[in-house]
Design a protein around this ligand. Structure first.
Ligand code: ZN
Length: 389
């Protein structure tokens, strides 16, 4: 079998839905739907060694992805990114086992490629032809690319101060681009109204089941690249939080399959000082976040004032003994230069927030310097050259 996807399940009320029809959120409670796979059957039929011999892309894990057949995949070669040992940065921090998962090598230059490859593939499989999305920038660029690749229509609502690179990739890939005077929350209001008016399918993250499935493969790859072993901690720049939720879900699936040794890694969420709804909720012991007023940061991917799946991000952090903290814009930009000079990794400000966070947590005694720690770099610096001038 190619995919072992079985059904969708509501993350809150447990309601079950078929995966072969268009659906966004739970129709009973409007919460996040998660894809569920026939893991007992997969465990009986497939050995993890089969994954290792495959061509390196996220679709090496096709059994744990939603596309039903190889013909349903819309791909530009996403995933299969390197897990780089960061020896010089590790020495400077006093860490013995520090790695960078470098998502800047993806098509469209960011980790958004994984989520949108999965979501656009499944959208086309279930017969959708008109997609729409509000985006801080990079997700829209990825949707535009995969929609073009799949020969389907895409519409984007983006803050007008998003990076030019993101605007240009949308229009160049043939998407309709609408610029919004405001942040991604404001873009979402307009986008949802348009979707309802014209019957378009809204691919807002965590408001459909499959972007998280693509993001999940970052975790599956990390486990494989460490020799089917869990890391101790993953430091993750958190906007919508889809990557944390996806990796957390993926690690649970690997444990259930018996494919990985070790315990779940600690998930450490990093946000910008100017937009920190998840950190605020974590510190307050709350189960959900409050919308962050007047969100601002140079790291566009972190400018998400009220993540739809905040309750799942907070669950993932707490279940794994993780934590949440903020960094400043100036610290992120300094860290771009530090990471590039020390390791040759030309990383976006969001990704470099993880380096700042590691240093802060070590100073506070909240990170084991001997543990295997992953800095998750979500994208390339090429879309943020103006920060480096
Ligand atoms: Zn529900």
């Amino acid at each position: 079998m190619f995919s072992y996807i079985d059904h969708l399940e509501c993350s809150v009320c447990g309601a079950v839905y078929p995966h072969n029809k268009p659906i966004r959120t739970c129709t009973a409670c409007n919460k996040v739907l998660l894809a569920r796979y026939d893991l007992p059957k997969l465990k009986r039929e497939v050995d993890r060694g089969a994954i290792e011999g495959r061509h390196s892309s996220m679709w090496a894990f096709s059994e744990l992805l939603p596309a039903s057949t190889p013909d349903d995949i819309i791909t530009l070669g996403e995933g299969g990114t390197p897990l780089l040992r960061a020896q010089r940065l590790g020495a400077s921090l006093g860490m013995s086992s520090l790695y960078i998962k470098d998502e800047g090598l993806n098509p469209t230059g960011t980790f958004k490629a994984r989520g949108l490859a999965a979501a656009v593939s499944k959208a086309k499989e279930v017969g959708l032809t008109r997609l729409i999305m509000p985006s801080a920038g990079n997700a829209a660029g990825a949707m535009a690319a995969y929609a073009a690749r799949g020969g389907i229509e895409a519409h984007v609502y983006m803050p007008q101060d998003a990076p030019d690179a993101n605007k240009l990739e949308c229009t160049t890939h043939g998407s309709e681009l609408n610029l919004v005077d405001g942040h991604i929350g404001d873009a979402g209001i307009l986008s949802r109204a348009r979707a309802a008016e014209e019957g378009m399918f809204d691919l807002s993250t965590m408001q459909e089941p499959y972007r998280a499935e693509g993001k999940k493969t970052m975790g599956l790859e990390i486990a494989l690249q460490l020799g089917w072993r869990m890391p101790e901690a993953i430091i993750y720049p958190t906007g919508g939080g889809t990557g944390i939720i996806g990796m957390w879900k993926g690690f649970h699936e690997l444990l259930e399959l018996g494919w990985v040794e070790g315990e779940l890694p600690r998930f450490i969420a990093v946000q910008a000082e100017g937009c920190q709804p998840v950190v605020h909720a974590y510190d307050a012991g709350a189960e959900t976040s409050q919308a962050w007023p007047n969100p601002h940061t140079v790291a566009d991917g972190l400018r998400v004032p009220h993540p739809f799946a905040d309750y799942l991000v907070l669950q993932a952090i707490r279940e794994t003994g993780g934590t949440a903290l903020t960094v400043s814009d100036a610290e992120m930009v300094d860290a771009m230069k530090e990471m590039a000079a020390a390791e040759g990794v030309f990383a976006c400000p969001e990704g470099c927030a993880t380096l700042v966070a590691a240093r802060k947590l070590l100073a506070q005694g909240q990170l084991d310097p001997e543990g295997t720690t992953i800095l998750l770099n979500t994208g390339s610096a090429y879309k943020y050259l103006s920060l480096l001038v």
